[in-house]
Design a protein around this ligand. Structure first.
Ligand code: AQP
Length: 338
């Protein structure tokens, strides 16, 4: 089967499990915005994924709006993209259940993100955290999405989505679901923690100093970059010199992604520069790019009713695509609808 049978369509999402980070922005949201107009784009605030770990109910609603505000402030246009929150389209949960019955336990056991998040405490995690990749497959395949822009950490889950689609198609003898392509490109695919360049920058990381939040002000951004861990060497003369220097590599990648240039171009601009020169330049660039978005986010957050209206409108548009696909899935599986 080829995906040429399917209308090109993008789907992706962000969990409202905390404030948006520079990793979420550069690895996902900025690229979501860039794909508008290239094909049909469907973007989601995946609140059902957020509750795989405990979320305070009031905070969850607030964060759902904040993530939506982040999308809008970054340039997502609700007249060109569908923007909604997952729990308003119940078909996600319904297809998620079907996929729980398609995916194999052995496949889930290989998911490195569960292992990372659960650590040595797997027995105490929610069943939802373990099953989450099957729901993610449902999010994507409910729209017959052909392309999913994600950061590198989600690559394995998109591969699992392909496995689920292929097994469903094989088991039921139908070319019904596309084999979705992950879109993972550019220097920002894995923005790392500012205090440990071997760990991903995450919303839920322990210390706020590990991450840049989309809402951080200029002082905070400057302070966090100033305190970011580095090695004692200055920047190298060529990009090869960043090998085995995860913290240096990360700061160069962040600069490159913010400025829409390659890491090579950054090194060419700052060959042999010391951190005393590079870090303030990076902080200035981050403030230049993030400050207007942060201001726009607070403008949206001052009008929650408008965010809710945009999400409700997006949910209606999402249902118009998702419901017929779910109905066809039920028919293929043999669910009686009388
Ligand atoms: N550090 C990162 N670098 C590049 N891309 C990233 N993404 C997340 N962190 C980075 C991308 O952002 C999108 C949304 O991710 P998510 O919120 O749904 O889940 P996540 O990957 O688990 O994000 P966090 O920030 O690490 O959340 P918590 O701490 O709550 O688990 C995805 O495309 C992801 O690749």
């Amino acid at each position: 089967m080829t995906n040429t049978n399917f209308t090109p369509r993008v789907f992706s999402g962000v969990k409202p499990s905390g404030g948006l980070t520079l990793g979420n922005y550069l690895g996902a949201i900025k690229r979501f915005v860039g794909m508008q107009g290239q094909m049909e784009t469907v973007y989601c605030v995946v609140d059902m994924h957020a509750i795989t770990v405990w979320q305070d109910p009031k905070e969850l609603s607030n964060m759902t709006r904040e993530v939506a505000a982040g999308y809008l402030a970054a340039g997502l246009d609700p007249t060109r993209s569908i923007l909604f929150n997952q729990s308003q389209v119940s078909a996600h949960a319904e297809l998620g259940w079907i996929f729980n019955c398609v995916a194999r336990v052995g496949w889930m056991n290989r998911m490195t993100q569960f292992k990372d998040k659960a650590g040595s405490n797997a027995e105490k995690q929610s069943l939802g955290l373990y099953a989450y990749p099957a729901l993610m497959a449902a999010d994507i395949l409910l729209y017959h999405a052909t392309h999913v822009p994600v950061g590198d950490d989600q690559k394995q889950h998109v591969e699992l989505t392909r496995d689920i689609a292929a097994k469903f198609n094989h088991d039921f003898g139908r070319d019904f679901f596309p084999l979705t392509e992950p879109v993972i490109e550019g220097p920002a695919m894995r923005i790392m923690n500012l205090r440990d360049g071997t760990k991903k920058m995450s919303k839920s990381g322990e210390s706020d100093m590990e991450r840049i939040n989309m809402t951080d002000d200029a002082d905070k951004i400057a302070k966090k970059f100033k305190k970011a861990k580095t090695d004692p060497e200055p920047l190298p003369e060529t990009v090869d010199g960043l090998k085995d220097r995860p913290e240096a590599r990360n700061l160069v990648d962040i600069y490159a992604a913010l400025n829409d240039v390659t890491p090579e171009a950054v090194i060419a601009e700052y060959p042999g520069a010391g951190w005393g020169k590079f870090k303030p330049a990076l902080a200035d660039l981050a403030v230049e790019k993030l400050a207007p978005m942060s201001a726009e986010m607070s403008r949206f957050m001052d009008d929650p009713a408008e965010i809710d209206r945009i999400l409700a409108d997006g949910a209606a548009k999402a249902r118009a695509i998702a419901d017929p696909i779910l109905r066809d899935t039920y028919d293929i599986v043999g669910m009686l609808r009388s």
